[in-house]
Ligand binder design. Structure first.
Ligand code: DC
Length: 218
């Protein structure tokens, strides 16, 4: 049996960096599932469509190609807003389900997103729900944008993140909520190294208590 680590949480909480490091540590493949929604949103925007339109968005999700995930314009605020809009459409989520499930089912994986522990891998033996204050998340996303040479203002970025989290948490289909059996990690006071150390401690503690989990490590 293979190890699946499900990492969920709001925007800019540190999920991606943590997931990548856990994947390297455990020798598992990593999938940033937000990229699937960002690429779908981008396809809709490229065609001049409305990301809130169900038929257009579902067709874009079904037409996704591997190359769509390599695009350099998926990390912009515009792509994030379009991703959140298409992600609220049940047909889009259904279209992307099998890919995510097969990615982790065969050999195990670390996946990060909003519904990994609740919908994609409700059976994952390790689930982390990673949060941080809106101020900390706004600051991180702001620095990330500035670091990439994108003009941004801190208050605007923080507002955008809060609006997106509200939309992601209150949508009807697969909203952002912690799975009942998720371990919570608040990264507000933590840098990337301490976040990794804290997550590893939680996972190892869980593994120590569970023989089945120990056997899942590759
Ligand atoms: O993680 P991210 O910021 O790249 O995600 C972009 C949007 O995609 C996010 O606002 C909500 C949506 N999303 C989702 O609904 N489910 C996922 N598993 C991952 C992302």
């Amino acid at each position: 049996m293979s190890l699946v680590i499900a990492i969920d949480g709001p925007a800019a909480a540190g999920k991606g960096t943590l997931a990548r490091r856990l994947a390297a540590h455990f020798g598992l493949p990593y999938l940033d599932t937000g990229l699937l929604y960002r690429a779908t949103g981008r396809r809709v925007l490229d065609s001049g469509g409305n990301p809130h339109d169900a038929a257009t968005a579902e067709a874009a999700a079904r037409a996704l190609q591997a190359g769509d995930l390599e695009r350099g314009d998926l990390r912009t605020l515009e792509a994030g807003a379009a991703a959140s809009a298409v992600a609220a459409i049940p047909g889009v989520r259904a279209a992307l389900f099998d890919f995510q499930r097969s990615f982790g089912a065969a050999h195990g994986a670390v996946l990060d997103g909003r519904d990994i522990g609740t919908k994609i891998f409700p059976d994952a033996p390790v689930k982390l729900f990673v949060t941080a204050s809106a101020a900390a998340r706004g600051q991180r996303r702001y620095l990330e944008l500035i670091g990439r040479g994108t003009a941004a203002d801190l208050a605007g970025v923080t507002r955008e993140i809060e609006a997106r989290d509200l939309a992601d948490s209150t949508r009807t289909t697969d909203p952002l909520i912690p799975a009942d059996d998720a371990m919570q990690l608040d990264t507000t006071p933590l840098d990337a190294d301490s976040t990794f150390a804290a997550a590893l401690a939680l996972i190892e503690e869980k593994m120590g208590k569970c023989t089945l989990l120990k056997n899942m490590q590759r």
